[in-house]
Design a protein. Structure first.
Ligand code: HEC
Length: 117
């Protein structure tokens, strides 16, 4: 009987494991401290407001946004993967804890949506 290791048999398993990691890793749940985030958000008020409603025409609203999305964007600005002259500078000194706290603060602000008639 031929007992040589046949890598091809394991390919589907490796592929599935890889896909699970790619999908699961960047969307790890954000568990931050909203009160701490509120304090840290003082650095963001000029453009995003303390309530996450934009104060500048080129800055997006942040309130009510999905926390994982906010954290992902802040990490992308920090690493330079997402480029923006202002946000790259702002995000650079943020720690993982700062990012989770800020993402929690802005995401927990309740937003009411009323579409136009
Ligand atoms: C001087 C203005 C300014 C300040 C201060 C500022 N931002 Fe921004 N922020 C922007 C602009 C402009 C953009 C849009 C950048 C782009 O096009 O990628 C942005 C984008 C973002 C985004 C991406 C939102 C999205 O919808 O993709 C996040 C998250 C964010 N800022 C968080 C913060 C946080 C948290 C702080 C404070 C620690 C902060 N910003 C401070 C101007 C600012």
């Amino acid at each position: 009987m031929n007992r040589t290791f046949d890598f091809r048999l394991y390919r589907p398993l490796l592929l599935i494991t890889g896909l699970v990691l790619v999908v699961a890793l960047p969307t790890a749940a954000v568990v931050g401290d909203a009160a701490a985030g509120k304090t840290k958000a003082k650095a963001c008020v000029t453009c995003h407001g303390l309530d996450g409603i934009s104060r500048m025409p080129d800055a997006p609203n942040l309130s009510g946004q999905i926390p994982e999305y906010l954290a992902l964007q802040l990490r992308a600005y920090k690493s330079g993967e997402r480029r923006h002259p202002v946000m790259n500078v702002i995000a650079k000194p943020l720690s993982d804890e700062d990012i989770d706290d800020l993402a929690t603060w802005y995401s927990e602000i309740e937003v009411t949506v009323t579409p136009p008639q």
